[in-house]
Design a protein around this ligand. Structure first.
Ligand code: ZN
Length: 119
């Protein structure tokens, strides 16, 4: 039986006594139970997000280069080291050509470097 079912059961019993003050207390208690349930849902989601972020952090591989990779991922997939360092945002770098030079670029911070500079 969860907390809300418990309050509902008490509410049924209290209604038999036809006591307005007691009824109001049960209504308040029901609202407090709902608030607690909502808070619990919010905290559970927040905890899940933190676990995911922590798990990801442990998989990030830093290099002496402007990108990061993920340990259990394809190493050819490169992510922006600037965005990761600043906001823990994992932004995949995209291949572009500028004046015939093959470059990797971040769509968020606009970091750009030539692929041959990182080899
Ligand atoms: Zn970036």
């Amino acid at each position: 039986m969860n907390i809300l079912d418990g309050v509902k059961n008490i509410s049924k019993i209290v209604k038999q006594y036809n006591d307005l003050e007691l009824n109001q207390q049960i209504i308040d208690l029901t609202q407090q139970a709902l608030d607690l349930i909502n808070e619990n849902v919010r905290l559970t989601q927040e905890n899940e997000e933190l676990k995911r972020a922590n798990d990801l952090e442990s998989k990030i591989e830093r290099h002496d280069k402007p990108f990061v990779t993920i340990s259990d991922d394809d190493k050819s997939i490169k992510y922006c080291a600037t965005c990761w360092g600043k906001d823990k945002q994992l932004i995949q770098l995209h291949q572009r050509y500028y004046n015939g030079t093959e470059c990797l670029e971040c769509n968020i911070c606009k970091l750009r470097f030539s692929k041959k500079d990182i080899q």
